[in-house]
Design a binder for this molecule. Structure first.
Ligand code: GDP
Ligand code: MG
Length: 670
C-alpha cells in the first residue's frame, strides 16, 4: 500500500515523514528543501509505504517540483493521499486540498501545527471541516508526534475501504456551468486514460496544456472548449485561471468561517512580524546578515572549531604513533609500513581532523536555517540577485552550495525558468563548499596564523564576488532576459529543534567520515603508490623520481605563473578533482607528514605567503569535484555544455589567481 504525502511547502511534510518512517530526512524551516521524492516504510506496519513529495501550492505544473508531484499522483496511482496542512495558514493550504479532492483518490487531511493554533487560543472545528470537505481530517502536531498514530490508522482504513472523497460541488454560477459542460464533452477521453473526470474538466477550463495533450482532445472539441471558456470569461469578467481560483477561495472562505476560530494571529506570527521589522529592514538587513555570518565564522574558525580540532588531532597522532610503534615491533615490511603510516594514516588522518570545524559551522548554519532566518535572507537578497539577473529563489541553491555543491545543484530544480536554473547552476560552484575547509584550515594555519578567520572570510567573499561578476557577464551574453518574479513564503520564526539540528549535523558527520574512509582512503593509496614507485614499479628512494612527480611536472608549468609551479601543488590540485579534501591528504602523503600541524614547515618549502594565497584562490574557484560535475551534467542534460562550463570556471580561477599573484608581486608582497 502506498501513500503520497502532499502539502504546501513548509507545512511539515518532511517532519511527518520522519515521524512515520523513523528516517532522518533533512527538515528545514525553508521552502524548497525537498526536491526529490523520498520513500519510506511506515513504522509498525506491514508493507505500507509513504512517499515524501516536494511541496506544492497547486496542481498546475509551473515548476519542476509541481511536475514531480502531479506526475506521481496521476501516473503512479497511490492507494491514498495524506494531505498535510499548516493549520496556522489553513485558507491558503486548503487551496491545494480542493484540487486534490478532485483527483478521486482515497484521502486523509492531516491538520498539522495544531500546537501553535491551540497555543494562540485558536481552534478548528474538525467535524465541520470533515463534513464540508467530504474527507477525514485528523489534527496532528508532527514535530511533537501528536496524533500521528491516529493519522496512520485512519489513512490505512480509508485506503483499505477505498473510501473516495465525497463528490463536492464547490463551484457555482457560470464556472459551475462551464466545468460541467466540459466534463460532459470529454467524459470518454478521461475514462480512456483513467484520469479523474472532475480533475480533467477543471484543468481544461484552466487551459492546462499537458491535460489537453494527455486527453488527446481533437480540433472540434478544442473549439467547443474554447467557446465554453470564452463565454464563462465574459460573464464572470475574469480570466479563466482567476475565475477558478476565485471559485475555490470563495468556497474556502465560507468553509473557514464556519469551522475555523482564529484567535487573531498566532503568537509566532506576531513575534515574526516584530522580528522582521529589524531583520528585513531596508538598510539594516544586509549589514545584519554580514555581521551574523562574520560572527559565525569567527566562532567556528577562531574559537570553537580549533579547540575541538586540536583535541581530535591529538588523538589521531596518538593512534598513528601507537600503530607506527606496533608495526615496527612486529617487524612489518618497510613498504607495507610506509603504505599504512605515510599513505593511509597521513591522508585519512589529515582530513579527519577537520571534522569538528565542519560540524560547528553546520551547527550554526542549520540554526539559522531552522529558525527561519535564511528564508528572510533570500527575500532580502532578491533585490541584489536581480541585479545579476537572478531572483531570490537562487539564493537557496547557493546557500546549500556552502555545504556541498551536489545537493545545491539539485535544488536548483525548484527554479521554474530554464534560464534561471542554468545560470544558478553555473554560479553555485563558486560558493565555497565545505570540503574545501580543510585546505583553507591547513594553509591559514601555516601562512596566516594570526589572521586565519579573516583570510577565510576573504575567500568566501571572493567566491561570491567572482560569482556576481560572472553572473553579470552571463546576463549580458548567454542569458539575456529577466528572472521570474520571486514569490517565497516567509515561514514564521521558530525555535530550532535540537532534534532537527542534531540530525542535520549527524548527517554531515556521517557523510564526511564516510568520504574519509572511502574516497579519500582510496585516493591516498593511489597517491602513495604513484609516489613510491617509478614507471617500471621499482620503489624510489626519493619521490622526485616517482610516477607522480613525472605527471605533476608535466602540468606544473601551467601553474608556474600563479606562483605554485611545484609538482606537488599541481598533483594535489588534480587529486582535488576526486574530492576537494584530497588536496590536503595528497599534500600530507607527498610530504610524508600525517599531522596537519607538522605540514606547516613543509608547506613553507613549496609556497611563499603570497603564492599560498594565490593557491587558495585557485582551489576556491577551479572546477568542482567529479560528483558535482556529474550533477551539473545531469541537470544540463548535455556533456558539451557542462564541459564548457567547467573549462570556463577553471579559466576564471586561473585568471583570478594570476592577478592576485602578480598584483601581490607588484605591491612587493612576494
Ligand atoms: P516541509 O517543507 O513541508 O517538508 O516542512 P518541514 O518538515 O521541513 O517543516 C517545516 C518547519 O515546520 C520546520 O521548522 C519544522 O520544525 C516545523 N514543524 C513541523 N511540524 C510542526 C508542528 O507540528 N508544530 C510546529 N510548531 N512546528 C512544526
Ligand atoms: Mg520537506
Amino acid at each position: 500500500m502506498t501513500f503520497a504525502l502532499i502539502g504546501n511547502q513548509n507545512s511539515g511534510k518532511t517532519t511527518l515523514f520522519n515521524q512515520l518512517t523513523g528516517s532522518n530526512q533533512h527538515v528545514g524551516n525553508f521552502p524548497g528543501v525537498t526536491v526529490e521524492k523520498k520513500e519510506g516504510r511506515i513504522r509498525n506496519t506491514k508493507n505500507v509505504t509513504v512517499v515524501d513529495l516536494p511541496g506544492i501550492y497547486s496542481l498546475s505544473p509551473y515548476t519542476a517540483e509541481e511536475v514531480v508531484t502531479r506526475d506521481f499522483l496521476l501516473n503512479t496511482h497511490p492507494d491514498g493521499i495524506i494531505n498535510i496542512l499548516d493549520a496556522t495558514n489553513i485558507e491558503r493550504n486548503l487551496y491545494l486540498t480542493l484540487q486534490l479532492i478532485e483527483l478521486n483518490i482515497p484521502m486523509v487531511v492531516a491538520l498539522n501545527m495544531m500546537d501553535e493554533v491551540t497555543a494562540s487560543g485558536g481552534s478548528i472545528d474538525i467535524q465541520t471541516l470533515e463534513e464540508k470537505l467530504g474527507v477525514d481530517v485528523v489534527p496532528i502536531s508532527a514535530n511533537k508526534n501528536q496524533g500521528v498514530t491516529e493519522l496512520v490508522s485512519r489513512a490505512i482504513k480509508v485506503a483499505e475501504q477505498k473510501k473516495l472523497p465525497e463528490k463536492l460541488d464547490f463551484c457555482s454560477g457560470e464556472v459551475h456551468r462551464a466545468i460541467h459542460a466540459v466534463a460532459h464533452l470529454i467524459e470518454d477521453h478521461a475514462q480512456a486514460i483513467h484520469m479523474p473526470l472532475r480533475f480533467a474538466a477543471t484543468k481544461l477550463v484552466e487551459g492546462d496544456q499537458p491535460t489537453i495533450d494527455a486527453l488527446k482532445i481533437n480540433q472540434n472539441e478544442l473549439e467547443t472548449l474554447r467557446h465554453i471558456t470564452d463565454e464563462m470569461e465574459a460573464s464572470v469578467e475574469m480570466d479563466r485561471e482567476a475565475a477558478l481560483a476565485d471559485m475555490r477561495y470563495t468556497y474556502i472562505e465560507k468553509l473557514s468561517k464556519s469551522a475555523v476560530h482564529k484567535a487573531g494571529e498566532t503568537k509566532e506570527q506576531l513575534r515574526s512580524v516584530q522580528i522582521d521589522k529589524v531583520l528585513t529592514h531596508k538598510y539594516l538587513s544586509i549589514p545584519i546578515f554580514l555581521t551574523i555570518m562574520s560572527f559565525v565564522f569567527w566562532l567556528t574558525f577562531g574559537v570553537i572549531g580549533p579547540f575541538f580540532g586540536d583535541i581530535l588531532t591529538f588523538f589521531i597522532s596518538y593512534i598513528t604513533n601507537a600503530t607506527d610503534q606496533l608495526l615496527t615491533n612486529i617487524g612489518m615490511s618497510k613498504t607495507m609500513h610506509s603504505l599504512i603510516i605515510d599513505g593511509v594514516f597521513a591522508g585519512v588522518g589529515s582530513v579527519l581532523s577537520f571534522l569538528p570545524v565542519i560540524l560547528v559551522l553546520f551547527c550554526f548554519l542549520s540554526l539559522l536555517e531552522d529558525s527561519g532566518y535564511m528564508a528572510r535572507v533570500a527575500f532580502v537578497m532578491d533585490k541584489l540577485l536581480r541585479k545579476i539577473g537572478l531572483s531570490g529563489r537562487s539564493f537557496v541553491p547557493m546557500l546549500i552550495g556552502f555545504g556541498c555543491s551536489v545537493p545545491a545543484i539539485m535544488s536548483a530544480r525548484t527554479l521554474s525558468s530554464e534560464r534561471d536554473r542554468k545560470m544558478t547552476i553555473m554560479l553555485t560552484p563558486f560558493m565555497s563548499c565545505s570540503a574545501k575547509l580543510p585546505i583553507y584550515a591547513v594553509f591559514t594555519a601555516a601562512f596566516f596564523p594570526k589572521n586565519g578567520a579573516l583570510v577565510m572570510i576573504l575567500l568566501y567573499i571572493l567566491g561570491m564576488t567572482v560569482a556576481i561578476l560572472y553572473g553579470l557577464l552571463l546576463k549580458k551574453t548567454l542569458f539575456r532576459g529577466n528572472p521570474v518574479p520571486f514569490i517565497m513564503e516567509l515561514p514564521a520564526y521558530r525555535f530550532p529543534s535540537w532534534k532537527s539540528i542534531s540530525l542535520h549535523i549527524w548527517g554531515k558527520a556521517k557523510d564526511f567520515i564516510y568520504r574519509a574512509f572511502t574516497v579519500i582512503f582510496i585516493a591516498t593509496i593511489i597517491i602513495w603508490v604513484l609516489q613510491s614507485f617509478d614507471f617500471r614499479f621499482n620503489p624510489v628512494s626519493n619521490s622526485e623520481g616517482s610516477m607522480l612527480a613525472a605527471i605533476g611536472s608535466t602540468i606544473s608549468p601551467i601553474f608556474a605563473p600563479l606562483g605554485f609551479g611545484d609538482w606537488r601543488a599541481s598533483t594535489a590540485l588534480i587529486t582535488g578533482l576526486i574530492a576537494k579534501e584530497a588536496v590536503v591528504s595528497t599534500l600530507a602523503v607527498l610530504t610524508g607528514v600525517g599531522d596537519p600541524a607538522a605540514l606547516t614547515p613543509v608547506l613553507a618549502h613549496l609556497f611563499s605567503t603570497l603564492s599560498a594565497f594565490s593557491f587558495l584562490c585557485f582551489t576556491l574557484l577551479y572546477m568542482p569535484c567529479i560528483a558535482a560535475y556529474s550533477a551539473i551534467r545531469r541537470e544540463f542534460g548535455s556533456t558539451l555544455e557542462s564541459f564548457c562550463a567547467m573549462i570556463i570556471q577553471t579559466g576564471i580561477a586561473w585568471l583570478v589567481a594570476f592577478f592576485v599573484f602578480r598584483i601581490g608581486i607588484l605591491l612587493g608582497l612576494g
